[in-house]
Design a protein around this ligand. Sequence first.
Ligand code: ADP
Length: 300
Amino acid sequence: HDPLGVHLRAMGLGGGFVAVEASDATESHRVARVRRDFVANVSHELKTPIGALQLLAEALLDATEPALHATESALLDATKPTGADGGEVGPTPSEDVRAARRFAERIQHESTRLGRLVNELLELTRLQGAEPLPAPDPVAVDWVLAEVVDRTRTTATARRIEVTVSGQAGLTAYGSDSQLATAVANLVENAIAYSDEGTTVAVVTRGNVEHIEIAVTDQGPGIAPDDVERIFERFYRADQARSRTTGGTGLGLAIVKHIATNHGGRVEVSSTLGGGSTFTLRLPARPPDAFLPPTPPVEI
Ligand code: ADP
C-alpha cells in the first residue's frame, strides 16, 4: 500500500522511484518515534521498582544500625564470655550484621546507578525527540554557573576538589536554563569524577558578539586521541576500568552534545593523555533570527 506511489503513477509520473524514497522517509520517522516512545515508556516503568529497591536498602541499613551498635559495644566489653563451652566461637552477630549491611550498601549503590541510567536514558530520548527550541528564553550564564556549583558541591567536597569559576560576568545565552545547567553540570561532574583528589576544576567563561563559551578544564588523566572522537557516543566509555569505578552511565556527554546542538551550539574537547582535558560549550550570543522582533518596514 503506497498511496503516494499510486498517485504518482496515476499521474503518469514514472516507476515509483520518488514514491519509494518518500515512503521510506515517512517510515523511518515513524520507526524513530515508536523507538523513542518505547524507551520513554520502559524508562518510566522502571523508575518505580528502582525507587522501591532504594527505599528497601535504606530501610535495611536503618533497621540493622541498632544491632550493629549493640554488638560493637558487646565486643568492646572485655568481661563478656566467648563461646559457652569455651570451644570454637561461630560467626559473631556483628559479622552477620556487618555482612548484611555491606550487601544493603551494595544494593543501594547499584540501584542508585540504575536509577541514574534510567533518568539519563529518558533525558536523552526526550532531547532526541525535541525540536529546536521555538522561543528561547534569555539565560544568565552567571545563574547557570551558580546552579552548577551548587549541584556539584557535595561530590567536589567528597573528592577534595576545588571548583573555581572565573572569566567574563554578565553573559547571556538563549535557550532553556535547566538544560544548559544540566549540560555544564555533566561536564563539571566528569571533571570531578576523572581527576585525582585534591586537584582543581576551572570553569572559565568568555564571550564576544557572536559566541559565548563555557570551558571546563581539569587536571585529570586526559583522553587518548582515538577515544576523543568517540566519547560523545552513547554508552562509549574510554578507560573501562576507571570509568566503571566512577559509577557513570556513558550517557553524560551524549546528553551534553544534544543540548548543545538543540541550542544552535556545539561542544568541543581538547585533551592530551596525562595532561588534563578542556571541554568547551560554545553557544550563540544572539537568539536565532526567528526569535528576533520583525524589522520595521522601511518608510519611503
Ligand atoms: P560516563 O558516565 O562514563 O562519565 P560520559 O558520556 O560522561 O559517560 O563520558 C564518556 C567517557 O569519556 C567516560 O567514560 C570517560 O572515559 C571519558 N571522559 C569524560 N570526561 C572526561 C574527563 N574530564 N577526563 C577524562 N576522561 C573523560
